[in-house]
Write a protein that binds this ligand. Sequence first.
Ligand SMILES: NC(=O)c1ccc[n+]([C@@H]2O[C@H](COP(=O)([O-])OP(=O)(O)OC[C@H]3O[C@@H](n4cnc5c(N)ncnc54)[C@H](OP(=O)(O)O)[C@@H]3O)[C@@H](O)[C@H]2O)c1
Length: 277
Amino acid sequence: MKRACVIGWPVEHSRSPMIHRYWLSLYGIDGAYEKEAVPPGEARAFMRSLGEHGYVGANVTLPHKLVALEAADVKDEAARAIGAANTLWLDADGKLNASNTDAYGFMTNLAEQAPRWNDGRRPVVVLGAGGAARAVLYGLIKAGASKVLLANRSRARADDLALAFPPRVEVLDWEARDRALAGCGLLVNTTSLGMRGQAPLTIDLGRLPSDAIVADIVYSPLETRLLAEARKRGNIAVDGLGMLLYQAVPGFERWFGVRPEVTPALKAHVASTLGGH
Ligand SMILES: NC(=O)c1ccc[n+]([C@@H]2O[C@H](COP(=O)([O-])OP(=O)(O)OC[C@H]3O[C@@H](n4cnc5c(N)ncnc54)[C@H](OP(=O)(O)O)[C@@H]3O)[C@@H](O)[C@H]2O)c1
């Protein structure tokens, strides 16, 4: 029996077990997916001895994504560019491999929900400069976004992030976010604003073109105030659930040998635990 896990601290909130166990059962695979609560001081050693713990691989969640990259023997391009890893596996030589599948998850979902997100002319506005923003920026630029306008509450963090992706990322002040929407083709919220328990994102969508797309990577609740307001104005709204599900696909395939599908039934299964507004 093959076993994988999610490593975090805390780890209780993780949705990964629900997703991977759904696929294990759907495809009739003799496998298991566990939760491993590992404190920060022990994370590296745990990852370096995944095999001894009986695992073929793992997902890694907060706060261990940087350590996961560091601990790996082999790191793919996405993990190196994003500077963090969320997926680990042991290869045939027993080497620990690391990837970051958040950019893949975000872009695959965006391409599915809004295939015309990039007309090659209009800029993308990205709000936030945390760990998720780095993955989103990497994905957007790799997929051909010609210009990204980046705004974050702490400007210095956005400046740092933009340095990683010159010259296509331009930093704006957080206060300039409303004005930046004029002429943009896609707005992405990567901040934690709008998440259950957090303040909502305050932004005036008045200048946003009526055919622009609005994506929010927050998935709890599924329908954030930002998405509800976008929908009300007729903009295409893309929620964060698809990213969460697609980022799980490459890991499952590595560990269990089947490329799993993201289906409406899986979306409904996970969405039922996320709540509405
Ligand atoms: N759908 C998915 O699969 C997926 C994947 C990853 C993450 N996410 C979600 O994405 C969100 C961000 O995750 P992360 O890992 O990037 O977190 P993070 O590294 O902690 O970054 C948080 C971001 O939110 C901003 N922020 C927090 N409070 C704010 C406030 N009061 N006003 C303005 N900005 C504020 C931060 O700005 P400062 O830099 O100024 O603090 C920063 O840009 C979370 O809700 C997470 O659940 C979803």
